[in-house]
Write a new protein. Sequence first.
Length: 388
Amino acid sequence: MRRVGGSVVWSVGPVVAGAVLAIGPLVRFGGPTAAEVAVTALAWAPAVARARAPFAAFLASAAVVVGWWVLHGLEARALLPAGVVVWWLLVWVADRCDPRRVATALGVCLVVPLALGAAALTGPGDGAAVVPLVAVTVTAAVVGRDRRTRRAYLVALQDRAERAERERDARARVAVMEERARIARELHDVVAHNLSVMTALADGAGYAQDGEQAARAVRQIATTGREALAEMHRLVGVLRTDDDGPGRAPAPGLDGLSAVVEQVRAAGLPTSLTVTGRPAPLVAGAQLAVHRLVQEALTNTLRHARGARSAAVRLDWRAGELAVEVTDEGGPAVLPERPGHGLVGMRERVAAWDGTVVAGPRPEGGWRVAAVLPLAVVGAEGAGTAAP
């Protein structure tokens, strides 16, 4: 209700004020007469519709003003002050209407000065008002087009801001989705590896004849389970909050490979870790990629390599690159009916550092996973080597 009332005041208020001000000059010349008041009111009344129908309002007001002027001999002194409304409405037409209607309105406004000029050339008419009337008409048209340009500019700025906000929100959603996908891979790597180790330990405890050996296996199961839960809580915590608190554990790196190898050994698969060459600095993300690759490769060995006798992890620091190789000795791998995301995750992680991954059976038996990371891409200032 308050908004409707404000709109009415905005539409009617300037019109009433303009009509009253137009009558004021007539008082100085001994008027106004009833006819002049009526014509003034009729000329200003259409201006109420200036926002909804500016061209129609302009034509109605111009018809009243020009009609009065024609009835009084086409003389300049017969032009009422109410004629100002025609120029005011010309501003609205130039602001809101298409160029064709603007040209029409401009032509209507120029009829009066052109007629006065023609009368001055052919007779005793007053031509002094021609130049001011033309100047005011052109000024009104220019002001209206300037208002139109400014409004279009503001609309373009608003549209650009809204579009930028939508693009920012879209980028934020994509970033969140990518981060959640990365966390899902992290969770898969951690839980799958630890559960595979726990399963192997449980199988070993079931077949163990020595009670002490079974007890050690069960204790290792409990330790591995606690580690898996801790990792899972850390990763799920990322999904629950965006605050990187100081208590969050750092991402595992190359120094954690020894612990991974020990876990696999405890599960009953003899595994060795060999490092050759001179270690170079690596950023944490590259270290994490290598750590997860080794972890996933050993997990696949525990789960799918039936009869595997041993496994070997080799890190070879070469000139300009790091070569990682995980092999096992045993029978052919038993591939699952529904392939998981292990190999895909390996390739995605290493490809993020411009590296490559090759996986497949070995000619002499067993399975081999090899990756190469260019050190020119994964090296960075301030990154530790964290060699195992």
